[in-house]
Ligand binder design. Structure first.
Ligand code: ADP
Ligand code: MG
Length: 391
């Protein structure tokens, strides 16, 4: 029962990608890049309110290897964890303008190729990744930033990290058509081992936050559920937050204070709007607080804020679900847990917890015995971001 996904590491993934490249294209790869998946430690549903988010990179990586093929076509082969092979070909941007199309997965690669600031001629590439797809751990930013890094190595064009992250975000907007924020591409690009990245979603500035977990690790539990709701939950939350900001005469809730909640109530504004505003105002505060507490190694206080964040996500923002609530409840009752919360957009996906290393096995057993669903575990320390790999 492979309930825990163990990161393979850059060397193993690189070797697999290089071997596949030789087997497929009958020559050796000449360039390689890698980028990680991520988990948002705290600060959810605040990015669109110009708040703070605090993601950290996981040890899970996407590796892209390849080399020029002296043609005007780009050929990409992606080997999935299941062993399934995905293939796509598209024109090199130096020969024809790129447009989104089928297969859908290739848009993540194509969008990056189209937005790369250097001259890209035809190439062959192989993608190998152990970032779980669609689990809320940002396999999408991981493949985008890994592709960009590979192109930097291939063309010799080095791009400033902030611009690199923004171009990858633009790629996701334009090609797969996902209107994502900047968090995923920032952390995939700029992550540093033993650090989290505090991103100010108003100024788009970011700061490395030292994370020394001592006897603790981060336990990510994938609930393996994704509730298909009406699809309007996300735009609805956004609209409610904007309504609160408008009523307060602010551009976003970033500038709001707790005392403003009274003002909203006085205006007889919809109760749900006040609840959303309360989540956002307090979540921004909690995120700033955690960024201060982590370097002080005050894991008990950090943990308390994680639990508070979960309660707020569940009861004020109403973005949790029974499975995520159950996972947090199981962890709350267990020894060796500092704190836990749902992470990401909500209605499924993962729970992130700060736990004592020695208790990890007991915690996994406890969750397997009590959780109604079928969980997967990831045990990790904050890891490095994108890098060029030597082939
Ligand atoms: P998440 O980013 O949380 O994993 P998304 O829905 O944003 O989920 O992105 C997942 C999609 O990204 C996949 O459905 C696939 O189209 C694409 N993708 C990510 N990683 C890979 C990969 N290694 N190979 C091919 N496609 C990938
Ligand atoms: Mg994604």
């Amino acid at each position: 029962m492979a309930k825990e996904a163990v990161a393979k590491g850059a060397d193993v993934l690189l070797q697999a990608a290089r071997d596949k490249f030789v087997a497929t294209y009958n020559r050796g790869a000449t360039a390689a890049g890698a980028a990680p998946g991520r988990v948002n430690f705290i600060g959810d549903h605040v990015d669109y309110c110009e708040g703070y988010v605090l993601p950290l990179a996981l040890p899970f990586l996407t590796v892209v290897v390849g080399g020029p093929n002296s043609s005007s076509t780009c050929n990409v082969l992606s080997i999935l964890a299941s062993g399934q092979e995905l293939k796509a070909s598209f024109p090199a941007p130096s020969s024809a303008p790129l447009t989104p199309g089928e297969p859908a997965w290739a848009n993540y690669v194509k969008g990056v190729v189209a937005n790369f600031p250097g001259v890209v001629t035809g190439f062959d590439a192989v993608v190998v990744s152990d970032v779980p797809m669609g689990a809320g751990l940002s396999s999408s930013a991981s493949i985008e930033v890994a592709t960009f890094t590979f192109l930097e190595a291939l063309t010799g064009t080095k791009v400033d990290p902030v611009q690199k992250a923004r171009l990858c975000q633009k790629a996701e907007h334009e090609f797969p058509g996902m209107p994502c924020g900047i968090m995923d591409q920032y952390i995939a690009t700029m992550a540093r081992r033993h650090h989290a990245l505090l991103i100010d979603c108003r100024s788009l500035e970011s700061r490395q936050i030292p994370v020394d977990l001592g006897d603790a690790v981060i336990l990510v539990t994938n609930s393996n559920v994704k509730h298909q709701l009406t699809g309007s939950e996300y735009p609805q939350r956004r609209a409610q937050c904007q309504e609160a900001a408008d009523r307060l005469g602010l551009t976003s809730l970033r500038g709001a204070k707790l005392t403003d909640l009274e003002e909203l109530r006085n205006q007889k504004c919809d109760k749900l709007v006040v609840m959303r505003a309360e989540h956002v105002i307090r979540e921004i505060q909690r995120t700033e607080e955690v960024a201060l507490l982590l370097p002080q190694k005050d894991l008990h206080k950090v943990g308390k804020l994680l639990y508070e964040s979960h309660e707020s996500s569940s009861h004020l923002m109403e973005i949790s679900c029974p499975e995520l609530d159950q996972l947090v409840d199981i962890l709350r009752g267990a020894p060796g847990v500092y704190g836990a919360r749902m992470t990401g957009g909500g209605f499924g996906g993962c729970v992130v917890a700060l736990v004592k290393k020695d208790e990890v096995e007991n915690l996994k057993r406890r969750i397997l015995a009590q959780y109604k669903g079928n969980p997967t575990f990831f045990v990790c320390q904050p890891s490095d971001g994108a890098r060029v790999l030597q082939v």
